[in-house]
Design a binder for this molecule. Structure first.
Ligand SMILES: [Zn+2]
Length: 489
């Protein structure tokens, strides 16, 4: 993510135990509920009950235990005139334990129907604001079994207040009527039921039905278009697993513009989603994405996805690296630092999206790396002196703020400035310590080892020590975990 600073520059910136032998429905639960609320509290976890979280040290409610989601089909019909969404989401998952009950994360839209393997299932919540929806299938699910959960729902999707910073996230409708989704680290559950943690990546297919004349875009490739009287269904599919917080749609009066030159240059089809006036007069830096993809493929390895591009939306004061389709606030696209943010979000496709966090406390692994990627691009384009000027500027900015160790930012200020700048400086300190050849070998081994997987800070340190043969614990401890800012590397 990239986030606007207040004034100067963008912060370069989310039961009674039901055993397998007693699947008796609880009388307070319901299969059909406009308000999925019961008085029953979540059951303590037993061997047959999936946990209501995945153990994230910062956000224990996010994600759920007991199964591994393989794929989602998110089929939604959006009526922009009245702001209502009707959805049917299918999640195919493999049970990682015997399950009499399990949870999915789901917001405040109204449930219409829930089935597991085609049979009606019970669903309940402690209260409507609770994100943990308890699902009780008619038949228990055995460990190793593949099962399909299908939930039909409807309502007016609303933004949620993020756990990580005081901003609204989730399904958002801009003043110009365009709807879009940005949800790092939480808020995917505001528009579909989900195992909402990067530890559970899955394949996604989106089927978005909108009125004629409205464009609907989501992550991945537009594989099909189904036309009906007065409406169209846009099918978008990803070819690689994705963390749920990176799922997005952009729906509105927007134009899909193919970047033919950038696509030819990089071998990656680049398509941007722009409002008509921007499509007619795009900023010059937008043409650099092909070159950026090539440059970072040299650093991090081949680009992992089937397509790339940005979507520009009004009213969003940041940018987010949604997989294959980064969502940019239009103010950033119009700004003088657009090129820098483009670099940042492209680098995240490898760092954050392909190599994902295992725990949100390690957010510097995403943001410090994406910040350092900005400096690498500057070095590549304008030379080491220009790079050093950016690094000195970043250091001076951090120096002027209260000390904050980027390896453990406050859970309610996850995207603190220091996570970006001091995280990037930590990588520069590493580069100074080990030399260029070893430094770039470390980056490459890290992205190779954790490709399409999840990593923690200890994993990166282990790779750095393995490649360099140097004990780097003191360097990382000073840069990441001690409040006091070390000298400029
Ligand atoms: Zn970022």
């Amino acid at each position: 993510m990239t986030r606007f600073g207040a004034a100067v520059f963008a912060l370069l910136v989310l039961a009674g135990a039901c055993s397998a032998t007693s699947p008796t429905p609880q009388p307070t639960s319901t299969t059909l509920a406009q308000t999925p609320t019961t008085t029953r509290a979540p059951a303590p976890v037993s061997g047959t009950e999936g946990a209501p979280g995945l153990g994230d040290s910062y956000y224990p409610d996010l994600g759920n235990g007991g199964y591994d989601a393989q794929s989602y089909t998110v089929a939604i019909t959006w009526d922009p005139a009245v702001g209502t969404l009707t959805g049917t989401t299918s999640m195919v998952a493999i049970a990682t334990q015997n399950l009499s009950t399990f949870y999915v994360d789901f917001g405040e839209l109204s449930l219409i129907e829930i089935t597991v393997n085609g049979a009606a299932a019970l669903a309940s919540k402690t209260d409507s604001s609770d994100i943990n929806l308890l699902v009780e299938p008619t038949q228990p699910i055995a460990v190793g079994e593949t099962f399909e959960l299908v939930i039909t729902y409807s309502g007016r999707p609303a933004t949620i207040r993020s756990v990580a910073l005081p901003i609204d996230a989730g399904w958002t409708t801009a003043p110009d009527g365009t709807s879009y989704v940005v949800t790092e680290p939480d808020g995917a559950y505001s528009w579909f039921p989900v195992n909402d943690h990067p530890l559970d990546k899955a394949l996604f297919r989106f089927e978005i039905t909108v009125p004629d004349g409205i464009t609907a875009v989501a992550n991945g490739v537009n594989t099909e278009m189904i036309t009906d009287i007065g409406s169209n269904t846009w099918i978008w599919e990803g070819t690689q697993p994705m963390a749920p917080y990176l799922a997005t749609v952009v729906i509105g009066d927007v134009v899909i513009v193919n970047d033919e030159a950038g696509s030819a240059q990089s071998g990656i089809p680049i398509r941007n989603v722009l409002p008509p006036e921007l499509a007619a007069n795009p900023p010059a830096a937008l043409a650099l994405q092909g070159e950026m993809l090539n440059y970072f493929a040299e650093i991090f390895g081949p680009y992992p996805f089937a397509t790339y591009g940005i979507a520009s939306v009004e009213g969003f004061q940041a940018a987010l690296e949604n997989q294959t389709l980064s969502v940019f606030g239009a103010d950033i696209v119009r700004s003088g630092f657009f090129e820098t943010v483009l670099v940042h979000e492209i680098a995240h496709q490898w760092i954050g999206n392909w190599v994902s966090l295992a725990d949100w406390s390690d957010i510097w692994l995403n943001e410090g790396f994406a910040t350092y990627a900005e400096w690498l691009w500057e070095e590549n384009q304008r030379g080491p002196q220009a790079r050093d000027a950016l690094i000195a500027e970043a250091y001076a900015t951090v120096e002027g703020l209260a000390p904050l160790a980027p390896g453990a930012p406050p859970p309610d200020d996850l995207f603190a400035f220091s996570v970006y700048n001091r995280g990037g400086l930590a990588l520069h300190a590493l580069r100074q310590e080990v030399g260029d050849d070893t430094f770039f070998a470390i980056l490459r081994r890290y992205t190779d080892r954790y490709a399409n997987d999840n990593a923690r800070t200890v994993d990166f340190i282990e790779v750095a020590q393995e490649v360099s043969g140097i004990d780097l614990s003191d360097l990382f401890n000073r840069w990441l975990y001690q409040p006091e800012l070390p000298p400029l590397p």
